[in-house]
Design a protein around this ligand. Structure first.
Ligand SMILES: *Cc1c(COP(=O)(O)O)cnc(C)c1O
Length: 469
């Protein structure tokens, strides 16, 4: 707008809140921003999961700082171009709408601007993180000396777990060391072994059974073969909740297997671990208590705002022994505990624990249970409505489900999935299009609490009719 430059800009905002009195300017800024955010939520179902078109604001800072109004208008453009997890048809990935208490906690976290690196930079928050990790380990049935640390995502939690496992088994100088996991394990393991400087083939993938679970027989023969070739295996990663169908590897048997074979037992429970929190669902992840380490991602189903991931370990000293450096420029931690920055890869870290803690408190035991159970119920109800004479459906005990037309080859499934995804988006349903085994699927994740039974019937109907007779 050419006319804009003739308008005299208002005074730019004081960039820091006053330390001397209640800063009314900040208060209005927050209120205005909050009402825009609430407005964005309120219009979610009117719009679709994805924006129609999006206009980007200026990127570089102007010579003079912007006014409050101009800042909010810029923010609005980004908001208008954002993915909308609160739309009832947002079912593509593991990205549910955020819990309101979690949003508030994120705001407070930014305001406090504490640093989980060290206790003196986050006195109450460091303790909160430690206590909450311990609550999680207890709930998962892990031993009393367990502990954990929050990380900015499950990829990082898994990487840290592998580094701890390798250190524990003394294989830091062994580039040919091996990580075992199923063929359906998460792609972040491939990144982790690269970061760790291991050989190209360090990640050895074991076949799965018809349910998408790692096959113990194949695992045993694979391990025997590797050992006969002189390869040193240090960790088995069990997946509790695979990406495409939500399968759970047999955790009880794998725990015994690892104990017998002297392997570190890591459970990647980024998707499924959270089901351990409720008595109604914890049998799904039975055996998780025997893990040496567990990754859990409350950002994926509970609606904790991103990022929220925890690495829990059965003996917290293993974390400290792997990552501590002495932090020579920081006062010692209080009590016997180590600083957060000594328990993981990250140094400076936001207090991600705050939104996890407040979100859990908002839900309460009943709310957590309902959220977990409802997501499984939605998957079940949807599954029942799929026409299995046309579609091959793969799922597991969780809230993930994928389907592809029966008897399509790779090319046909590629075309079908692309076209169907597009036409579903026109109907405001967003599914994802994973490639799995030899074909493309459409996948729905039933973690969105706004998705009603009527939506599910409509979606099932559209999918059933996407396949010609
Ligand atoms: C999502 C996921 C990860 C990675 O977590 P990020 O938070 O995306 O880094 C790892 N493992 C599994 C099984 C996952 O589903």
């Amino acid at each position: 707008m050419a006319g804009n430059k003739h308008i005299k800009p208002g005074p730019s905002l004081e960039p820091f809140a006053s330390p001397d009195h209640l800063d009314l300017e900040l208060q209005s800024f927050l209120e205005d921003a909050s009402s825009r955010l609430c407005d964005w939520f309120g219009k979610a179902s009117q719009n679709g999961p994805l924006p129609a078109l999006s206009v980007m604001p200026g990127v570089a800072p102007a010579l003079d700082g912007l006014t409050r109004k101009a800042l909010l208008d810029d923010l609005q453009l980004i908001m208008d171009g954002a993915f909308q997890p609160s739309h009832p048809g947002s079912l593509a990935h593991l990205d549910p709408p955020p819990l309101t208490a979690s949003i508030v906690a994120d705001l407070i976290c930014a305001g406090l601007n504490n640093n989980l690196l060290a206790e003196e930079l986050s006195p109450s928050l460091s303790r909160l993180e430690r206590m909450l990790c311990q609550w999680f380990t207890k709930r998962l049935g892990m031993p009393p000396q367990s502990g954990g640390v929050a990380a900015s995502g499950g990829s990082l939690s898994n990487l840290m777990a592998l580094v701890v496992a390798r250190q524990y088994l003394g294989l830091q100088n062994e580039p040919k060391a091996v990580v075992l996991a199923s063929e359906d394990a998460h792609v972040c393991l491939a990144k982790a072994v690269r970061v760790m400087g291991l050989d190209e083939d360090a990640l050895q993938k074991v076949g799965t059974n018809n349910e998408g679970q790692i096959s113990i027989e194949l695992l045993q023969s694979h391990l025997n073969r590797l050992r006969s070739e002189g390869r040193k295996c240090f960790v088995l990663v069990a997946t509790a909740g695979t990406t495409v169908r939500g399968a759970i590897d047999p955790l009880v048997e794998l725990g015994r297997f690892c104990a017998r074979e002297d392997l570190w037992f890591h459970v990647d429970g980024a998707i499924g671990g959270i089901f351990a929190l409720s008595k109604q669902t914890n049998s799904i992840v039975n055996g998780i208590s025997s893990a040496d380490s567990v990754t859990i991602n409350p950002q994926k189903l509970l609606g904790i705002t991103k990022a929220s991931s925890l690495l829990l370990v059965a003996n917290r000293l293993n974390l400290i022994q792997t990552f501590s450096t002495g932090l020579p420029y920081i006062e010692p931690a209080w009590g016997e505990d180590a600083h957060g920055g000594e328990m993981g890869i990250q140094g400076t870290r936001p207090a991600e624990v705050l939104k996890l803690w407040l979100g859990l408190r908002q839900l309460g035991e009943k709310g957590i249970e309902r959220l977990l159970k409802d997501s499984i119920d939605r998957r079940r109800s949807f599954q029942k409505q799929l026409d299995v004479s046309k579609l091959s459906v793969i799922t597991g005990p969780l809230h993930l489900i994928s389907c592809t037309p029966k008897s399509f080859n790779q090319n046909q499934s590629a075309r079908w999935s692309k076209e169907t995804r597009r036409s579903l988006l026109d109907e405001k349903f967003m599914l994802s299009r994973p490639f799995h085994n030899d074909r493309y699927y459409l996948k729905a994740v039933m973690g969105n609490p706004h998705t009603q039974l009527t939506h599910l019937s409509k979606l099932a109907n559209l999918l059933n009719h996407s396949v010609g007779i």
